[in-house]
Design a protein around this ligand. Structure first.
Ligand code: KG4
Ligand code: ZN
Length: 394
């Protein structure tokens, strides 16, 4: 870092359906964090349409970056580096952010840093932790092993994260074998005629139902058979596997058995007639059976995540738990994970709601250790839709 540097990184995020830009100082102080959401664009389809996502990113990226700089009160020459999400994510969406960041870094003469989106989610928690420590003048020394659950629309992963000098190392010790937990929230909400993305709708409606009404069970998941030398293969002796496609089918079965289809169709139509419908609008449109189904679904998913996460924490003797990603915004998840952490006498941390879902502040924060290590991207940087984080072996 040059003397007189203000240690500012501009982060850019475009891996899915949010265009984000943020300016973060020293990986720990957010000067601005701007997110342009595409929810209204994808809502009518009940899921992200990749082609539309790329187009929206193209439309939004320049205004979002400009507004992040102006909110932070900085200009391009003030920046020390530009960081961008390399993957995982949608190829076309990632490419918009990457192409923009490359061109910008080149034209303003700043180094470019490639960031893994999953590492970004973990750094959302670390960033706020350092920010709080700085505000309270606490000397903040990180040590020990954190077990990080990254739980979002595209991912359900467990990582052992450990600081090493200025950087972090990651070991992937768990993952879903099919759908991500957030994907299950989105699909169940869609099949019950609720809005998109489904997580916040289910979160808001679940407290109105009985979580014990429908006994969902999670079948035993067999370890995936991997080809020899497959870099994605987890250590079979210690791997944790999640599976969330079965519960979606179980919800669908319950809908058929109880002949709920007509009610769902009329709820969908009623919500479609409301401009910008919110979860509160859906409450009056849900009968007891629907609310019970929603509450039972949410409870089962959260309990499965909680049980397996705390079992892995014990297995690896983790010093604390971090939970991040869009599903970490869920209120019941926070309550149930927090009480389990108290029982297990383990510290636990979540990001604030704004940093739980996709944003660029977490990308700029994850880039800071890379900046210190001079770990800059090559000129051939391109989108890596299936990028993995960390090693998988012992
Ligand atoms: O991290 P994120 O913004 O994007 C991905 O990287 O996937 O996560 C989005 C996911 C969606 O599946 C959304 O339904 C879910 O996070 N989500 C929630 C809540 N808020 C967002 N799931 C449960 N409860 C919530 N409050
Ligand atoms: Zn994400």
């Amino acid at each position: 870092m040059s003397s007189g540097s203000s240690a500012l990184i501009l982060g850019i995020e475009s891996s899915c359906d949010e265009t984000g830009a943020a300016v973060v100082r020293r990986g720990s102080k957010i000067l601005s964090n701007v997110v342009a959401s595409q929810i209204p664009v994808h809502s009518p389809y009940g899921g992200v349409v990749p082609e539309l996502a790329s187009r929206e990113h193209l439309r939004n990226i320049l205004p979002v970056v400009r507004s992040a700089l102006s909110q932070a009160g900085v200009t391009y020459p003030d920046l020390d580096a530009i960081a961008v999400t390399e993957g995982p994510g949608l190829a076309g969406a990632l490419l918009v952010g990457i192409s923009f960041a490359k061109a910008l870094a080149h034209s303003v003469g700043k180094p470019l840093i490639a960031v893994n989106h999953l590492e970004g989610h973990i750094h959302a928690v670390l960033l706020e932790e350092s920010q709080r420590a700085a505000e309270s003048d606490n000397v903040h020394a990180r040590s020990g092993v954190s077990l990080a659950l990254v739980v979002s629309g595209g991912h359900t992963h467990l990582y052992l994260a450990q600081p090493r000098d200025t950087s972090w190392t990651y070991r992937n010790v768990g993952r879903t074998v099919d759908d991500a937990a957030g994907e299950a929230f989105d699909k169940v909400a869609k099949l019950l005629g609720l809005g998109y993305p489904g997580g916040p709708w289910i979160d808001a409606l679940a407290p109105h139902g009985n979580p014990d009404a429908v006994p969902f069970t999670f079948s035993q998941i067999k370890a995936k058979v991997h080809r020899k030398g497959d870099p994605a293969a987890l250590d079979p002796a210690t791997a944790t596997y999640f599976s969330f496609s079965g519960i979606k089918t179980a919800v669908l079965r319950s809908v058929h058995v109880h002949e709920m289809e007509a009610g769902i169709a009329s709820r969908r139509a009623a919500l479609a007639a409301i401009p910008n419908p919110q979860p509160a609008d859906a409450l009056a449109l849900c009968d007891r059976r629907t609310l019970d189904l929603i509450a039972s679904f949410q409870r089962s998913v959260i309990d499965d995540l909680r049980r397996k996460t705390f079992r892995a924490a014990e297995q690896f003797n983790a010093d604390r738990i971090l939970v991040s990603g869009g599903v970490a915004a869920n209120r019941e998840l926070r309550v149930r994970f927090t009480s389990a952490a108290i029982e297990h006498n383990l510290p636990i941390a979540f990001p604030s709601l704004a940093l739980a879902t996709d944003n660029a502040a977490m990308i700029a924060a994850a880039a800071w250790p890379k900046f210190l290590a001079r770990d800059f991207a090559q000129s051939g940087l391109t989108a890596e839709p299936a990028l993995a984080l960390g090693r998988t072996s012992r």
